[in-house]
Design a binder for this molecule. Structure first.
Ligand code: UD1
Ligand code: CA
Length: 466
């Protein structure tokens, strides 16, 4: 028999809860690990599992959460009356849905796409009304427990607060991840009650309800229990971040990235890294950053939403919204702000800040400079202490520096100003007028030397002390 092509399942992500245990003004699923909000991990897992329709239930802090789900449709659960009630809020949005509906918790960021696929496959192969993803936990405190009949078949899920004393020892738990037959789920949903310790409509009660109807319910175990961690507190948020960090780092190392100490490297899920990249300790690669083959990054570097080309080096620097060209070097202690483009082999050195500026091929800004709103040509040398005075208090102005120019140390470039090709500026000059190509621009009082002055002064001081 040929295996069925997995049909598109729908996914419903429950994300309306407040997350009281987080003690936060922010809704729980908006908390971040490795720079990405919890709910986004769940949306991405559902997508990569092949769910072709995704609906998110929002409620507490709905506006904030709705901005984080990458355009997926949301339904509002106005009153939070439990996980069963959250599913009821989506019944209109999903009306007429047939086939598999995966229900996921917005607070379970570690669940793998592969596991969602297994869950859907299990339901579609068996035709069950519901499949529950379970796991055995050493400490099951707080989780719903899996209650089985004498034949070992799934009979019910009992919430921690509703356990009888002889059920307390059950360590097999409900992960809060399910695959339902959508039609069966919605036709039985209205029969959920709220007679329990929390007065909530529990989605977990569907299991006993469906069993009582004589329908097939079953379960599969998660491959690893860490995958099912639900984040309810900041302690669990840190635990989840640790697991995600090592999962992502292992994938990169297996794909050819060297990490001196993977415990001290943090990479967001969306980051793309080439081969033979070396990541030194205390490196953060965040947002939509890409790092091409052969780069060395770190130690002590944070790169966000930036593109780093082949063979570039970034040492002890902060890079945001920038492009670093092939073989370019950055740092130590440089700050590249949005709109910075370093062309091939450009060099930005110690304590240099650059913003909204292109630095041409082979050009150097080696020490202690601020270059903002500028276009710098090829093979330019910018001396130590150079500053573009780009802001007059009201408007930003551009500085243009032609190919091969040499800007002397401590030049103030008062924008708008243009330094022509191959021109030179004298050290310490405040250049407020354009310097033509090939010219010297110098703005300085003439130096006066007073012969013997220093020697006489020292001698006078010595006589005073005697
Ligand atoms: C739930 C399960 C429990 C399971 C555990 C696994 C129920 C009743 N219990 O408990 O069996 O072991 O997950 O992590 O389902 N939510 C809403 N609207 C609501 C209530 C909750 O959208 O009215 C959302 C929350 O935002 C959260 C998810 O549903 O993303 C789970 O809710 P939560 O309160 O965290 O349930 P648990 O107590 O963890
Ligand atoms: Ca939870």
């Amino acid at each position: 028999m040929t295996r069925k092509v997995p049909m598109g399942a729908a996914a419903l992500i429950l994300a309306a809860g407040e997350g009281t245990r987080m003690k936060s003004a922010l809704p729980k699923v908006a908390h971040r690990i490795l720079g990405a909000p919890l709910v986004r991990y769940v949306v991405d897992a559902a997508r990569s599992a092949g769910c072709d329709r995704i609906v998110v239930v929002t409620g507490h802090g709905a506006e904030a959460v709705e901005l984080l789900v990458d355009g997926e449709p949301c339904v509002r659960q106005e009153k939070r009356l439990g996980t069963g009630h959250a599913v009821m809020s989506a019944s209109e949005a999903l009306s007429g849905l047939t086939g598999s509906l995966v229900v996921l918790s917005g607070d379970s960021p570690l669940l793998r796409a592969e596991t969602i696929r297994r869950l859907v496959d299990a339901r579609e192969t068996s035709g069950a009304a519901a499949i529950v993803l379970t796991t055995v936990l050493e400490d099951p405190t707080g989780y719903g427990r899996i209650v089985r009949d004498v034949d070992g078949r799934l009979e019910a899920i009992v919430e921690h607060k509703d356990l009888t004393s002889d059920q307390l020892s059950i360590t097999e738990t409900n992960t809060g991840t399910y695959c339902f037959d959508a039609e069966v789920l919605f036709t039985h949903l209205t029969r959920l009650g709220n007679e329990n310790s929390q007065g909530e409509y529990y989605l977990t009660d569907m299991i006993a309800l469906l069993r009582a109807e004589g329908l097939v319910v079953d379960d599969i175990a998660a491959a690893e229990s860490t995958e099912t961690l639900g984040v309810n507190s900041r302690v669990q948020l840190a635990e989840a971040a640790k697991v995600m960090q090592s999962r992502i780092n292992n994938e990169h190392m297996l794909a050819g990235v060297t990490m001196t100490d993977p415990n001290l490297v943090w990479i967001a899920p969306s980051v793309v890294i080439g081969r033979d990249v070396v990541l030194e300790p205390m490196t953060f690669l965040l947002g939509s950053t890409t790092v091409a083959d052969g780069c060395t990054i770190g130690p002590d570097s944070r790169i966000t939403d930036s593109r780093i080309a082949r063979e570039a080096v970034v040492d002890s620097s902060v890079v945001t919204g920038a492009v670093v060209g092939v073989g370019a070097t950055v740092g130590p202690r440089a700050y590249l702000r949005p709109g910075t483009v370093l062309d091939a082999r450009a060099r930005v050195g110690t304590s240099v800040e650059i913003k909204n500026t292109t630095i041409g091929e082979g050009s150097k800004v080696p020490h202690l400079s601020y270059i903002g709103d500028a276009t710098v040509g090829k093979d330019v040398n910018i001396g130590a202490g150079t500053i573009t005075c780009n802001y007059d208090g009201a408007l930003k102005h551009r500085t243009v520096i032609g190919d091969g120019a040499f800007v002397g140390s401590d030049t103030m470039l008062v924008a708008p100003v243009t330094i022509g090709e191959g021109a030179i500026t004298g050290a310490g000059s405040a250049i407020a007028k354009d310097v033509p190509a090939g010219a010297l621009g110098v703005e300085r009082c003439e130096q006066k030397n007073v012969d013997g002055w220093a020697t006489r002064k020292r001698a006078a001081k010595k006589t005073d002390q005697e």
